[in-house]
Ligand binder design. Structure first.
Ligand SMILES: [Zn+2]
Length: 127
């Protein structure tokens, strides 16, 4: 996806280690030139300053591969929970959008389970 220059620059700063969290998933993401949007067992999703999404997990021998396009909204929703400044990349809620009934607008079904119906946004358009 096309990133605004300010966002791309901030991701680059995180990759350099100048800011952002420093968990194991962050360190591994850095080795791929990316920030870690979400880390779970056997899966880390990352975003590079060039706007490309990736998945990898060294501990589970998951090689670096592009993240499927249909996972990108969910990846960003996760990422905005770790890096609130990524939230401006999320789709803008339309005026006719309704709160997601499955997650009651929270975007999550539990602490670790993102709502698949709204992809973590907490709403969807009734179209
Ligand atoms: Zn939902």
């Amino acid at each position: 996806m096309q990133l605004p220059p300010a966002i791309a620059a901030r991701i680059a700063q995180c990759v350099l280690g100048a800011e952002g969290p420093r968990l194991g998933i962050d360190e591994e993401a850095r080795t791929h030139g990316a920030i870690a949007l979400i880390g779970a067992i056997g899966m880390i999703w990352g975003l590079r300053p060039d706007g490309s999404f990736w998945m990898f997990d060294r501990d589970f021998e998951v090689a670096l591969e592009p993240l499927p396009a249909d996972c990108q909204t969910q990846a960003l929703a996760w990422g905005a929970r770790r890096f609130p400044w990524l939230s401006e990349l999320l789709p803008v809620r339309a005026s006719d959008a309704a709160d997601c009934a499955a997650c009651r607008g929270s975007g999550m079904l539990s602490v670790t389970w993102m709502c698949p119906r709204c992809e973590g946004l907490g709403w969807h358009s009734e179209r």
